[in-house]
Design a protein around this ligand. Structure first.
Ligand SMILES: CC(C)(COP(=O)(O)OP(=O)(O)OC[C@H]1O[C@@H](n2cnc3c(N)ncnc32)[C@H](O)[C@@H]1OP(=O)(O)O)[C@@H](O)C(=O)NCCC(=O)NCCS
Length: 244
């Protein structure tokens, strides 16, 4: 199958095509992160050309986007995760610094085309784009797709789980590692999402009558509810990988 790559915003695209590509895959609560909301508008406007799409004919079958930031190549200097990557990209922009690192923050494969290797092709295109722009480093805060099956397991343990062939048990982490990426570190608080209890009830479809910890649908960790303070707080764990 021969696919082409271009910036997603290179031309107008039928909304139905984009709706099909981006249908599903994300829990509702992920769209209610106030820290993300503070930065995302500016980030998406400034770095729109870093969003790439794979096309099969004129049908978008995968898309992913990145931000440029400064990183010294050492684990302690990694952003704390997704939100901090947004902030670091804006900080580099505001300081007039020259970013040396591409942080790939999201990837999506068309629901009908998952499991067919398109994700690796998309990541390859994003890595090639980084190289063309002179950015020698590509990192990703990976959202492991099967972590929601093990919400009680610390991310540090989960990222270390391997199959007998030595590859990660998690399928999405496995795709990265099979391409030659290295697991660098856990990002246990990649996003911290906070909301009123009623909001969490609506985002998760669960009643949350007591204070305490809850396993929530598609949550990679648990939700902590404090009824007296009327808050629920969820920390989204990711795994930092670095591509070659
Ligand atoms: C994460 C995502 C981009 C990966 O794309 P993908 O096309 O599934 O990736 P791959 O083709 O490399 O598949 C990875 C593994 O999962 C398996 N897999 C994925 N989807 C599958 C499906 N629907 N049926 C069977 N196997 C599937 C593949 O066989 C492969 O396993 P293998 O290593 O044993 O071969 C895609 O699942 C997606 O868009 N998810 C929703 C959004 C998301 O979570 N993005 C990631 C966070 S940024």
């Amino acid at each position: 199958m021969s696919l082409t790559v271009e910036p997603l915003h290179a031309r107008p695209r039928p909304q139905e095509q984009l709706d099909r590509l981006f249908a599903g895959g994300w829990p509702e609560f992920i769209f209610h992160d106030q820290e993300t909301a503070r930065h995302i508008g500016r980030v998406r406007a400034l770095f729109a050309d870093l969003e790439l799409v794979l096309l099969d004919g004129d049908e978008p079958v995968a898309a992913g986007w990145a931000v440029p930031l400064c990183w010294n190549g050492e684990v302690p200097d990694l952003p704390t995760g997704y939100n901090d990557s947004l902030a670091r990209a804006l900080a580099a922009q505001d300081a007039g610094s020259t970013p040396d690192t591409h942080a790939v923050l999201a990837a999506q494969v068309h629901p009908d085309r998952q499991g067919g290797g398109l994700a690796a092709q998309l990541l390859t295109a994003l890595c090639e784009d980084a190289a063309r722009r002179g950015r020698g480093r590509v990192i990703c805060p990976v959202r492991p797709t099967h972590k929601s099956r093990y919400p009680l397991t610390p991310i540090e343990r989960y990222q270390a789980w391997t199959r007998p062939d030595g590859l990660p048990r998690d399928p999405w982490l496995r795709t990265h590692v099979r391409m030659g990426a290295r697991v660098l570190a856990a990002a246990p608080r990649s996003q911290v999402i906070s909301g009123a209890v009623a909001d969490w009830e609506s985002w998760t479809g669960l009643a949350l009558p007591d204070s305490g910890d809850y396993v929530i649908p598609d949550g990679l960790s648990t939700l902590r509810v404090d009824r007296a303070a009327d808050t629920g707080v969820y920390a989204e764990p990711n795994v930092w990988v670095r591509h070659r």
